[in-house]
Design a protein around this ligand. Structure first.
Ligand code: NDP
Length: 517
């Protein structure tokens, strides 16, 4: 093991099972076992030390073919024949295995993404387990419907059945690798599909561990597969593959658009969960203490690397000064440090390339005239570390990049408004529609605003609440389709309509058809 990693692990008493998991090359998980194929290795770096953690298999199209064959054969074999209640038991066993390995999984997220280990435990691991448990319950509740035909002559039986859509590819981003894997995996398994997951090459560890646990608790081989490698190789091969029936993608809008175009060539079912630039409206009637703390949590969680981060605040002129002062004070108190330090809230960004992208946004906010309130004061890339201080700009205008583009880092922009209609128009401007938040103690005002804001998820006096029973997904350039909630199930099911002509009826003739018309 690399010396810097060993020292880092020793400083935070990292359990030995974490060391054993990463102190070896990481392959793919295909057909129920780990395989080491592909073109050599990709270095996996730990974001706080910036040192090599391990090497992961650099997969090729041939690895995707292997995974598709394994997933197809499981679908046509034991998994396809398994009664729903048995699937439910397996999913609950997987959730239980993850609970018993919660410490390992939280460490894997913390050293892979660089995120706070406290958040990894309370949000990522707990959320992933809850999601599996919730969808386990759905396995036994997926029904078609029997209907009365309304225009057919004679006696018929007409009903629908819901069948698994088939082999699912799940492409996962690096910000919440375990949780977003669980969003796709749980619903797909509940519907009886088999899954090939492609984690980000930056964060493959938790997906590999979940696939191993699935094998250990008894999932038939080929039901849960992971293929590692570079996005534009493995992700592209999955999007183009004829043997894949459904693609569920979470990631950036530009990559999502490309993946969507490719997947249409083989007419795949498609879900796209993409980027955001979520507005936050703070009205004159807001409780500012609550608003400031929820806004800070909503934008600086995971060091700002959150798709629905509330990153542009519109504050009513009467509350703007006090809100800004509270935001500044709160941001300056957030503990900054290593992901493995349980006290840290702001931790390194995922890579040096991403740190540079965020710094570039900070530089543009400064050059476009936004007023720096706290945090980073320059967009210059003259540093080694990947940690950026929570940064706030005031006097942001809607045409500035800081108010138009997704930054995906610890950067918050603030602006003022006088007129509510104007605030709504400004909040609704832009291409995204993932989330929006409203802060007000007036219930009528919050309900009215929740109806006027164009976003898939609306938060009232809070930000970033997630629950497995609630669908999550965006509008506009934030994508389509839902993760979580019963609404997600349809994305993994094919509905078949069955018509039965009851024997003994006269055959259809033109007269019957005419009457039916
Ligand atoms: P990317 O779009 O860069 O990557 C997402 C996934 O796609 C990764 O697994 C990546 O692999 C893979 N990929 C990259 N290139 C291709 C390609 N040409 N074909 C197929 N797959 C490819 O996003 P990030 O990982 O940087 O994640 C951040 C983005 O995700 C943000 O825009 C964020 O808003 C969005 N997101 C959306 C959420 C939602 O629910 N709406 C939730 C969380 C994040 P690799 O990393 O190996 O290149």
């Amino acid at each position: 093991m690399n010396k810097d990693i060993a020292t880092y692990f020793a400083r935070y008493d990292v359990p030995s099972e974490v060391t054993s998991f990463v102190d070896r090359p990481i392959g793919h998980h295909v057909g129920g076992r780990e395989i080491f194929t592909g073109k050599g290795e990709i270095d996996l770096l730990e974001p706080f030390t910036r040192s090599r953690l391990t090497g992961i298999a650099n997969g090729t199209e041939a690895d995707v073919d292997l995974a598709v064959a394994a997933a197809r054969s499981a679908l046509n074999g034991p998994w396809g024949r398994m009664p729903p209640l048995e699937r439910q038991r397996l999913m609950l066993r997987l959730a239980e295995a993850m609970r018993s390995e919660a410490v390992l999984l939280a460490h894997l997220e913390a050293i892979d993404v660089g995120k706070s280990i406290s958040e990894a435990g309370s949000i990522d691991v707990a959320g992933a387990i809850a999601n599996l448990e919730y969808f386990a319950g759905w396995t036994s509740k997926i029904d078609g419907r029997t209907t009365n035909a309304v225009a057919l002559p004679g006696e018929t039986l007409t009903y629908t059945v819901k069948e698994p859509v088939g082999v699912v590819a799940a492409i996962i981003p690096w910000n919440f690798p375990l949780q977003i894997l669980s969003w796709k995996l749980a619903a797909a398994l509940a519907c009886g599909c088999t899954v090939i997951c492609k984690p980000s090459e930056l964060t493959p560890l938790s997906a590999m561990r979940v696939a191993q646990l699935a094998a250990q608790v008894g999932f038939p081989e080929g039901v849960v597969n992971v293929v590692n490698g570079i996005g534009h190789v493995i992700g592209q091969a999955l999007a183009a593959h004829k043997g894949i029936d459904k693609l569920s993608f979470t990631g950036s809008t530009p990559v999502g658009k490309a993946v969507g175009k490719t997947s249409l060539d083989t007419v795949k079912r498609l879900t796209l969960e993409l980027g955001g630039k979520s507005p936050v409206i703070v009205t004159a009637k807001a409780n500012l203490e609550n608003a400031a703390s929820a806004i800070l949590a909503g934008v600086f969680l995971n060091s700002g690397q959150v798709c629905d981060a509330g990153s542009r605040v519109y504050a009513h002129r009467s509350v703007h000064a006090e809100l800004l002062q509270r935001l500044k004070a709160g941001a300056e108190q957030l503990p900054i440090g290593a992901g493995l330090d349980p006290a840290s809230r702001i931790t390194p960004l995922v890579s040096s390339a991403h740190r540079n992208r965020v710094l570039n946004h900070i530089g543009s906010a400064i050059s476009e005239g936004a007023h720096p309130v706290t945090g980073e004061e320059s967009g210059t890339v003259d540093r080694d570390d990947w940690v950026l201080r929570p940064t706030i700009f005031d006097d942001c205008r809607d045409n500035m990049r800081i108010f138009r583009e997704e930054i995906f880092g610890p950067v918050l922009g603030v602006s003022q408004f006088d007129d509510m209609d104007d605030a709504v128009d400004r909040a609704n401007s832009g291409e995204f529609g993932l989330a929006a938040a409203v802060y007000s103690d007036n219930v009528n005002e919050t309900i009215r605003l929740s109806r006027r804001l164009k976003a898939g998820n609306i938060y009232i006096n809070a930000h970033g609440l997630l629950d497995p029973a609630m669908p999550f997904g965006g509008l506009g350039a934030s994508g389509f389709g839902k993760d979580m909630g019963p609404e997600q199930l349809d994305g993994f099911l094919a509905t078949k309509s069955i018509y039965v002509q009851i024997a003994g009826d006269p055959p259809l003739d033109e007269d019957h058809m005419e009457k039916a018309r």
